[in-house]
Design a protein around this ligand. Structure first.
Ligand code: NAI
Ligand code: MG
Length: 332
């Protein structure tokens, strides 16, 4: 048994995480959950937004499985997700994006991986009002973090036989911050002659992605572009219900969907748990529980290949429960 810190989250979080926990168990995963609340759920019980016992547990287990946590817009507490990523230096956010069978989407044969810098950029949270009506938000870029994420991307590409890395930036305008990010990536690229290196300005990259996504392999982006382009890429293959991510540091790892708490569909029993299930698969691979990971993946692919129990977001008629039962039936 492997201890895992668990946060079910809020909105659709509990629905899709609970479904995934059943599937993980049926796949033969050896996990022992240690559960905590965070965000709104913690606050409503009189606790801190990010309770100290949760942090202590994650410090100790090194692995966190997390549902989406709502972040209030404009005011209120700052993001639990961003805080966890920064506190545990989960510097690399790895998000594979690929087609699944029977999912109506704009493109076939999309197979790309987003590598998002997870600790700085505009997500440093350094904002203040200079004078009424004028605010300042600081975008932080350091040579250390930019080099670290570039190395991660090139190591990942070499290890998995990926052919090309494309760094996405706006260094024509943000000459210093994005300029530094690009320069560090270029410097790192010299040590990896087996992996092609290219760079594309972010606005052009968005156009290229929605016209011809198959040209991309690994995308390397700073924090904000990585966040935005991740949702765009999810849209290429059928939406946010399908794409998961690993947040990786030197000693800690956190697995979650790319999507948020989806308040518009929360409590309706219609959310697609696939993204969180794929996050579960990624976690099993990280924990070297390969057999269970392969079984989970096989069951998911079989349900998509069959196409009879898919959720509404990908064109089916099933709810969360029917979809989950279909996956479970392939595992038992
Ligand atoms: P969202 O990702 O929650 O939802 C965007 C759209 O996609 C909605 O129409 C939603 O119904 C749909 N969608 C998302 N996941 C789905 C699923 N599994 N199945 C079917 N449809 C799905 O983005 P939104 O609405 O901008 O954010 C809601 C809240 O989530 C915000 O408070 C935001 O801060 C938070 N959030 C949290 C994240 C995290 O915990 N890592 C990540 C992204 C957002
Ligand atoms: Mg996002």
């Amino acid at each position: 048994m492997r201890d895992v810190t668990l946060v079910r989250g809020d909105g659709i979080g509990p629905e899709v995480v609970t479904a995934t926990m059943q599937v993980l168990e049926a796949a033969g995963a050896k996990l022992h959950w240690i559960e905590f609340k965070a965000g709104l759920n913690a606050v409503s019980e009189g606790k801190a937004v990010l309770p100290p016992d949760l942090l202590e547990s994650f410090e100790h287990t090194g692995v966190c499985f997390k549902g989406p946590v709502t972040t209030p817009v404009g005011a209120g507490f700052s993001s639990v997700n961003v805080a966890l990523r920064r506190r545990f230096e989960l510097f690399a956010n790895l998000r594979p994006v690929y087609n699944l069978p029977n999912v109506r989407s704009r493109f076939d044969n999309v197979d790309l991986v987003i590598v998002r810098e997870n600790t700085e950029g505009l997500y440093s949270g350094l904002e203040h009002e200079v004078v009424p009506g004028v605010v300042e938000s600081l975008k932080i870029a350091t040579e250390k973090a930019s080099t670290r994420i570039a190395k991660f991307a090139f190591d990942y590409a070499s290890r998995l036989g990926r052919r090309k890395i494309n760094v996405i930036h706006k260094a024509n305008i943000l000459k210093l911050s994005d300029g530094l990010f690009l320069r560090c990536a270029r410097d790192v690229a010299r040590n990896y002659p087996g992996v092609q290196f290219a760079d594309t300005i972010v606005d052009n990259a968005c156009m290229q992605l929605v016209m011809n996504p198959q040209q991309f392999d690994v995308l390397l982006l700073e924090n904000l572009y990585g966040d935005i382009v991740s949702d765009l890429c999810a849209g290429l293959v059928g939406g946010l219900g399908l794409v998961a991510g690993a947040n990786l540091g030197e000693r800690h790892a956190m697995f979650e969907a790319v999507h948020g708490s989806a308040p518009d569909i929360a409590g309706k029993g219609i959310a697609n748990p696939t993204a969180v299930m794929i996050a579960g698969e990624m976690m099993l691979r990280h924990l070297e529980q390969r057999e269970a990971a392969d079984r989970l993946r096989g069951a998911l692919l079989a349900v998509y290949a069959d196409g009879q129990h898919l959720t509404g977001d990908v064109g089916g008629k099933a709810g969360t429960e029917e979809f989950t039962k279909a996956v479970l039936s392939r595992l038992r």
